[in-house]
Ligand binder design. Structure first.
Ligand code: AMP
Length: 281
């Protein structure tokens, strides 16, 4: 039976302590809810690793800018609890804003240079909000391992870096992007894509496929490949960025290698869409 934790930091702390007394290690899956198979794959990875698995569900206000979709972000606690239980989670924690920001949010982690590119340009408070809430969640849950999706590759890279630079005793596990059958990367925001615009939304995945094809055919120059891809960019999608970067440093590359990642950000009717993948086979 899944445990629902509705209290604050001390309540989740007590649950975790009880589990540790029974000799269990803790795997942690932080999310903003409205769960899909991408989120559930993180629970499954934690269970495969043998952990008592705690998921948190919290739509974190500090990572949304003033004109972003904090209010419109989809939420459904009952549905999420059911899905998390089916996937094998041991507990779901629903902290409130007051639990995580009892005295406001004037003190934050700043991401540094790695956060000043890709999503960080059009969303200037995004990564400081994420790193701050993840730091708080880590201190509350004190997990052995925490699971994050490669779908949000810049976020994953920044969290890895934060755990190193702040000597956090948690192992970060990156998990592959889960996609719909047609290739669209799963996202809670996909429910806000108008059904007749679905084909436009697939523009991100198609661009990734075209990039991989061109690379396989011998294209190694990022500038030329970018031009080639932009010529085929769908009219219905507002491009934010399309870049080729090193997977470790997130620096832009001058020569494409199989491990180079293509990163794409766009808006469709005001819905934020991102995707990324390795360019090589
Ligand atoms: P979110 O609820 O969007 O903040 O995401 C919570 C976690 O789920 C993050 O680690 C995301 O990277 C991960 N995630 C979201 N979508 C996917 C996906 N399609 N495949 C794998 N992981 C995902």
């Amino acid at each position: 039976m899944i445990q629902t934790i509705k209290g604050g930091v001390s309540d989740v702390g007590k649950f975790v302590q009880d589990q540790r007394k029974q000799g269990r290690s803790i795997g942690f899956v932080p999310t903003m809810g409205y769960l899909h198979q991408g989120h559930l794959s993180l629970i499954e990875a934690s269970k495969r690793d043998g952990h008592c698995t705690v998921m948190s569900i919290f739509v974190n206000p500090t990572q949304f800018g003033p004109n972003e979709d904090f209010d419109a972000y989809p939420r459904d606690e009952a549905r999420d609890l059911n899905l998390a239980e089916q996937a094998g989670a041991d507990a779901v924690w629903f902290p409130t804003r007051g639990d995580l920001y009892p005295q406001g949010d004037d003190m934050r982690i700043t991401p540094g240079e790695m956060g000043d590119c890709l999503c960080g340009i059009s969303r200037p408070v995004f990564f400081s909000g994420i790193l701050t809430v993840v730091m708080k969640l880590f201190h509350a849950v004190k997990p052995d391992c925490a699971y994050f999706g490669e779908k949000d590759f810049q976020q994953l890279t920044l969290i890895r870096r934060m755990t190193q630079l702040f000597f956090l005793d948690v192992r970060i596990v990156g998990c592959p992007t889960v996609r719909e059958i047609d290739g669209l990367a799963m996202s809670s925001r996909n429910v806000r894509i108008p059904p007749d615009r679905r084909n436009d939304a697939l523009g991100l995945f198609r661009t990734i496929q075209n990039a991989r094809k061109a690379f396989l055919a011998g294209q190694k120059d990022p500038k030329t490949l970018r031009q080639h891809l932009l010529q085929r960019w769908p009219d219905g999608l507002d491009l934010d960025y399309l870049e080729f970067r090193d997977p470790q440093t997130l620096n832009e590359v001058t020569l494409l290698k199989p491990s180079t990642r293509i990163f794409i950000g766009a808006w469709l009717d005001g819905v934020r869409l991102i995707d990324n993948a390795e360019i090589g086979p």
